[in-house]
Ligand binder design. Sequence first.
Ligand code: IMP
Ligand code: MG
Length: 422
Amino acid sequence: WGDEGKGKIVDELCRKFDVVVRYQGGNNAGHTVVADGKKFKLHLVPSGLVSGKKSFIASSVVIDPKVLLDEISGLKATPKLLGVDFRVHVIMPWHKYLDAERDKGKDKIGTTGRGIGPVYESHASRWGIRVEELVDESLLKEALGRSYPVYDKTLKMVYGVEAMPSEHEIFKEYAEMGGKLKPFVADVSIEVNEALDKGKRVLFEGAQGVMLDNNFGTYPYVTSSQPLAGNVAASVGMCPKKLERIEAVVKAYTTRVGEGPFPTELQGEEAERLREKGGEFGTTTGRPRRIGWLDLTMINLGKRLNGYTALHLTKLDVLGGTKKLKVCTAYKLDSQKIDYFPTQKEWISKAEPQYIELDGFEDLTQEEWTELVEASNEKGLAALPAKAREYVEKIQKLTSLKVVSVSVGPERHKTLLLESKE
Ligand code: IMP
Ligand code: MG
């Protein structure tokens, strides 16, 4: 459900790459990268931009221009370093009002409130405004003339919202932002295909997570885009056969922000302790994240949907000091055992998680973890305390996936790399 530490892993991986591309979602995402003692909280630009990699935002991403401009200025990014596809859809003020108005009451999803659902809706229904229009005053005027009255009327008549700025105010604000973004506009399909043809290495970075996928997640408690690897080629505009390797980032336990089913969720003191220790508060909204045990049926579902061949396991240190560790390996459904995640509505309410129990490992300090990782990168998993190693090995065994890195703290050097850096 997101928040596994993709920002950190992309920051680590991108050293081996020439180009980094973000392929879906919008500023509902929050990626934290800690580099050279500085903490970067990114919502839109690829995490590779922190280390000055050539970066692109592909067509299935949606942007709030203000958030993008803030990130551009925070990272001092130039048009040489960052390209935004001209097809990208723009979040307009009405999308945020609609998100807020709809996400209420007992059926609320608990969205990030950034206008994500409504902007993808405009996209699909062809009422959207794209970056190519945002950066051209006369096209923007035309686009506003087409969509403003419809959304204004909807907000007033259906939701009783009178707070929306006037068409002219919106035009002024967005035209100004468009002017600033104009130099960044690119055709990401052409750029990425050319880079690949020249033998450059390209890393594609997703947002959110498998269980928030609009098709395959716990619908309707999902986001409005497709984080799955299959969406990379469709978003970028390239041949899917060009994807060479697909890797997953998985947290050592599970979290979820917002509403929706979470069968391995923990309550009370144990959840509270992990939440505090792991800093499990939303990067985008600051909301406390719900906490639960690792669920291998979700990893196995993700493996089927994405075909990933390797796992990056993050935040293992946070589990230190928990006496007994539980891992969900199957579900019981109407007295039958199933080894897959029960995503269907009818099942999810009655499926009971089945756990295996493992001994916990010691609560090391961040200094101790660092020493251990730095001293023994050649030792591989043997660098870890015995019980922590057993936990990782169990995950490998029950998913038939190799764990290629184990992360034990937010900073760059707190990663145990289990594969050559080729
Ligand atoms: P939306 O994407 O803002 O529409 O929110 C839909 C659901 O996805 C809510 O439960 C959000 O909390 C969740 N969500 C969206 N983006 C992220 C993310 O980057 N990390 C974790 N949860 C997210
Ligand atoms: Mg996040």
